[in-house]
Design a protein around this ligand. Structure first.
Ligand SMILES: [Mn+2]
Length: 479
């Protein structure tokens, strides 16, 4: 994997100092601080970290999670006349917009996405990519926000588990055995030092330690197992058929209670199931990896497992309830948690329903260099990216091509979500770059990471856009 030179990591950590000074100065003046983060699980975790940071500093603040950064949104923020705006997990690709509409404000951008090449004077932009560090796999928006909090006070190191959750939410577990890499390792070390994190290597179903096996299977959404995830009845039938005893002396067994032999037969039954569902047999290897257990959380809750915590936040964000996720990141374990768990249930069911729609209707089209999936109103724009990721990771798509999915968004816009594998990125594919270039030519705006990117554009331009994407992807993988 890509090694990070220490010197640039140091320079990156130093780049937080000026932002810390600006924040302290505004708080001293009693100013209300405006926090704006991306409306996805990583963004919500980042918002939780920054909100906790400001609460601890005794500051007044307002936090919102936004679907996308566009002129309208930035103008609305500008109209609030905020003395200081903190953007997290978004902003770097829109510095020109921030400069134009927030010229009366100080702005700090804490991002890890591909930035535009401008340096506005009212903006402090902190981004690992400015220091030749990996932003796609090495650190998340929550991770950058965590390092900011820790720069201000080492005592904020107890927020490190949220940095881990953000990294898992952005699927940065691309190291050996699905482990975290790069700057995320620093965050992991902080969490372990405080006894807030444990890692194991095993089947990565949520609730490895404590949850009844059937539930662990049904609750797991990353990786998603077509036909099983979200369907407890089918999971129970599947386990029975695989010969796994669900109870021992009247007590439900958890995955850690299985013998090695039981794990082996479970594994081969899973392989058969995946192949039957049209997935690659290799996709089953996605089901084992490094488990991140958050020791500070109650054993039976979805926050105990880092990946499940991430999907809880993801569900809240995708189902239009990011503030629920924010409450949980800020420590609420009462009403907000109950509601969030209900939301997570709905979310799992929705993904299953959408996948059935895609597969039963034969909705995926193959072009020269890409797959396309046009969902229009049949898949919620907030979930289209998740569906694209699942289609790619389960090996349902047989050719070595990225998938470019689209769904209707607000107004006359469509949302594009593109996903590629690590191997495609190694061949030179950079979807963030593809989305940026192709959307520019279609009155849209786009960007992101090499393996996960997106765009918004006018509905009428979809065909032009997909044609361009097909061509640019072809050029990149050839070059
Ligand atoms: Mn992110």
């Amino acid at each position: 994997m890509r090694e990070q030179p220490i010197a640039s990591a140091d320079r990156f950590l130093e780049s937080f100092y000026p932002a810390a000074e600006v924040l302290k100065a505004h708080i001293e003046k009693g100013n209300v601080i405006r926090i704006i983060t991306h409306n996805d699980a990583d963004g919500v975790a980042a918002g939780g970290i920054l909100s906790q940071l400001l609460r601890r500093m005794g500051a007044r603040f307002k936090t919102t999670c936004e679907k996308r950064l566009d002129e309208e949104m930035v103008k609305a923020v500008g109209a609030e006349d905020p003395p200081l705006v903190l953007f997290a997990d978004m902003g770097g690709a829109y510095l020109d917009l921030l400069e134009e509409h927030l010229s009366g404000s100080d702005v700090v951008v804490l991002d890890h996405h591909l930035p535009v090449d401008v340096e506005p004077s009212n903006i402090i932009h902190i981004n690992p990519l400015l220091h030749d560090l990996d932003g796609a796999r090495g650190i998340s928006g929550a991770g950058v926000s965590y390092l900011f909090a820790k720069t201000i006070d080492e005592g904020n190191a107890d927020l490190s588990p949220l940095g881990i959750v953000g990294a898992l939410a952005d699927q940065q577990d691309k190291g050996e055995k699905k482990s975290l890499l790069g700057l995320n390792k620093l965050i992991e070390a902080d969490a372990k030092k405080l006894g807030l994190l444990d890692t194991n290597f095993d089947l990565i179903f949520y609730g490895y330690e404590t949850r009844p096996i059937g539930k662990a299977f049904a609750y797991t959404t990353t990786p998603f197992i077509p036909g099983l995830s979200g369907r407890e009845d089918r999971c129970l039938a599947f386990l029975k058929e695989a010969g796994i005893e669900l109870k021992n002396e009247g007590r439900w067994r958890a995955l850690r209670d299985l013998s090695d032999e039981e794990k082996r037969s479970l594994f081969s039954a899973l392989t058969k199931h995946m192949v039957y569902e049209g997935c690659e047999a290799e996709a089953v290897h996605d089901l084992v990896g490094t488990i991140y257990t958050l020791k500070g959380e109650e054993a039976w809750t979805p926050m105990r497992d880092g990946r499940e915590y991430a999907s809880l936040l993801n569900a809240c964000a995708r189902m239009g309830r990011p503030s629920l996720g924010l409450c949980i990141c800020m420590g609420d374990r009462n009403e907000a948690l109950k509601e969030a768990e209900g939301t997570l249930d709905d979310y799992r069911r929705n993904i299953g329903k959408y996948l059935d729609w895609v597969r039963e209707g034969d909705r995926i089209q193959e072009r020269e260099h890409i797959y396309t999936l046009n969902a229009d109103v049949d898949i919620d724009e907030r979930i289209i990216g998740v569906v694209a990721s699942i289609l790619l990771s389960t090996g349902i798509l047989k050719s070595f091509k990225p998938i470019v999915a689209s769904a209707n968004a607000d107004g006359d816009l469509i949302k594009i979500s593109a996903r590629a594998s690590e191997e495609m990125a190694d061949k030179g594919l950079d979807l963030g770059d593809v989305m940026m270039k192709a959307s520019e030519q279609c009155e849209g705006r786009g960007g992101g990471h090499d393996i996960a990117a997106g765009a918004f554009l006018p509905g009428g331009r979809r065909e032009d856009f997909l044609g361009l994407v097909d061509r640019i992807v072809g050029e990149q993988v050839k070059a």
